[in-house]
Design a binder for this molecule. Sequence first.
Ligand code: HEM
Length: 437
Amino acid sequence: MSLIDDLQAQLKQVHTDGAAALVSAEANIGTFIDHFKQHTLQYPEPVFAVLRQVKPVLIVKNTAIITRFADVQEVLSRDDVFQVTYKEKMEVVTGGKNFFLGMQNGPDYERDVANMRSVMRRDDVAKWVVPFVAKTAEACVASSNGSLDVAVQLGRAVPAKWVAAYFGCPPPTDQELVDWGTAIFQFLFCDLKNDPTCGATARAASVKACAWLDDTIAKRKADPNNKTDDVLGRCLELQKANVPGMDDLGIRNNLIGLLTGAIPTTAKCCAQALDELLKRPAELEKAQQAARANDDALFSQYVFEALRFNPNNPGVFRIAAEDYVVARDSAHATLIPKGTSVLASTQSAMFDERFVDAPNEFRVGRPEYMSMMWGYGIHTCFGQYINRVQIPGVLKPLLRRRNLRRAPGDAGQLGYSGPFPTRLGVEFEVAASASAS
Ligand code: HEM
């Protein structure tokens, strides 16, 4: 029986049983509202859909919510006006230094992004990321005995191993690396109410992560015979050449920022994309056919169309550095006063019927420019080209298996701890993998 059915039954009972039933029904209404809020936070699109029609730019209590595609792109392309808000918290987790996602466009931003792009190269994606992810994900699935938790045993495990190997920074355990990245991410990007527990957990995690990276950097430098060509090795080559921003502290902070951005996001996207496919058996079947046929381009279209229905984040926050009128030439032109906190809802934009044909339909082959899963404008995700192969790459070995289905009961339902999926059990035929390859 659903919560609503249960609630209706209890309300009926109030007529016959009086006060006692009323107390119980009230308690249930409280639970219902809690569930409703939770559900709306997790699946806000129905609310965004109403806003896009009736109030595309809504300002409530010093926060503006931007819901239409064109307006979201306008806000995120005016990075001088709508500025990033992460600096203060970034400094907490990096021992007083900012990380480039917390910086405005300027020399420090360009220096750090340029340095990190030169050590995490575009051609590494095909040469390095694709085969590593394929091998690691296949090993997880093959060793699973036909049942695994996608959120934990696959979605977290593969990016943790990938980061450790590609960065050249083996953690004490993969679990610790996941926990550090997750705690820091939650504090930086999801802790809008500045919950003291969340802050304390992130501080503790960052102290451990900084110590581990300091130690890793020191050990690598103490071993001049180690010429491994990985991200840390390349950072140290820049350091030898006296490239600004690449002292030990600079290297450490860039690596902390990157691993924080890389692990919990990938894990979340893998779980949520698969959950959306599992809700749609016909699409799941086609995605599985593409995976088995090694049609990677088509397979990733299924994965990313699924993710559009439940993306990593509903949008990105900015703060208005000056008064600004959004959508100036339109009927919904709205003044955003200086100091307003602004949620540019990339999720809502990806369902804006003005730009996206039949947005509520699951369709593969939508143009790339309609996707804002990785943000938009100057701070567009640094890892976007990695994500495009890593998320499908993690899921592909699983989707090649026959009889893929949710695990029975709660285990097979997507479960969360705060913003992060912690449960999505599936079952499948391990043996069928041989014929699938
Ligand atoms: C897999 C899922 C991922 C998602 C959904 C995601 C999402 C995003 C989003 C929405 C932004 C923009 C933030 C803003 O504008 O405020 C962003 C920025 C960023 N992401 Fe990702 N990300 C993912 C993976 C990664 C990976 C694998 C890395 C590192 C290898 C990474 C590193 C970064 C960095 C460094 C930035 C800041 C870029 C800048 O300031 O120029 N992300 N990401």
